[in-house]
Write a protein that binds this ligand. Structure first.
Ligand code: THG
Length: 268
């Protein structure tokens, strides 16, 4: 699994406060802890108004890159803001995200093609976020056709089939799983990723719902997630699912993680 650490996101009140106060120690700690627990990328999302988004992203980039040596996932709804801050990255990472909405992939894909950044591509277009698995699949297909036109190899794209919330869309998970299986079957080299917590909006015991969704999605072929790697429960479920799905030969990774104290029994 490719883990994208979600915790540096200005939509989280404590992070918004740290951004406002330019509290380096707070952001640094979130970066270090996510790296320590196996994040492959650190997502950074400013969550501030468009006028200060670039400055906020640049500040977050400098603090995180000073603290840890893993690539960034630059998270913004404004593709131009992402492109503008890329020169401030020490090394290529992930653009989060492109989509087929409002010409976003026409801004992001040429940048991907010309350099070493990879990107997340959301299965949404000008009709919004689909709930139907066939529509999610069709948008993914359009995105992959466009990527191919720009000469981008499929393994450089992470498709995000945009999980809907279970409280409002009863078939949210079955739809996501079906879309994931179909996209993987047609494009075996793309990665499938997702923000886990969308599934549990408006529900109690969200962490347990997110964790159960992670396992179901992994069984359908999801091979990346935007998640909280600092939670021992979610890490344990992730290692267990990889082992149970036959992706951890002789249980080596699970046993090593157990010995190192990275995973462990649930808290009572
Ligand atoms: N797809 C893509 N990018 C995304 C999302 C997606 N970026 C934003 C979001 N969705 C994923 N990121 C977050 C970040 C933080 C939280 C939820 C989603 C969050 N965190 C709480 C915290 O850290 O305090 C609670 C964490 C918990 O209890 O597990 O709510 O879907 N491409």
């Amino acid at each position: 699994m490719i883990i994208i650490g979600e915790k540096i996101n200005g939509s989280i009140p404590s992070v918004a406060e740290a951004i406002k106060n330019r509290d380096e120690a707070f952001i640094r700690d979130l970066a270090v802890r996510q790296a320590q627990y196996g994040a492959d990328y650190i997502d950074i999302c400013a969550g501030t108004s468009p006028s200060v988004e670039r400055d906020t992203l640049k500040w977050l980039m400098s603090v995180v890159q000073d603290a840890v040596d893993i690539p960034l996932s630059i998270d913004s709804a404004d593709p131009k803001a992402i492109v503008d801050v890329l020169p401030h990255a020490k090394r290529p990472g992930l653009i989060n995200s492109a989509s087929d909405e409002g010409g976003k992939c026409e801004i992001i894909f040429p940048v991907i093609a010309a350099g070493k950044w990879n990107c997340i591509a959301l299965t949404c277009d000008n009709n919004g976020i689909p709930t139907d698995p066939d529509v999610k699949y069709r948008v993914a297909q359009t995105l992959m056709e466009k990527a191919q036109k720009y000469g981008i190899a499929p393994e450089r794209i992470f498709i995000d089939p945009l999980v809907n919330s279970i409280a409002t869309v009863p078939h949210a998970v079955t739809s996501f799983l079906e879309a994931t299986r179909n996209i993987k079957a047609a494009f075996p080299d793309v990665r499938i990723t997702s923000g886990l917590s969308n599934i549990s909006f408006g529900m109690p015991i969200r962490k347990s719902i997110n964790l159960t969704f992670l396992v179901l999605a992994m069984s359908a072929g999801m091979d990346s997630a935007i998640m909280d790697p600092t939670s021992i429960d979610i890490r344990t479920a992730l290692y267990a699912a990889e082992m149970l799905l036959g992706l951890d030969e002789y249980c080596v990774e699970f046993l090593d993680a157990y010995r190192e104290g990275i995973i462990g029994p649930p808290k009572q």
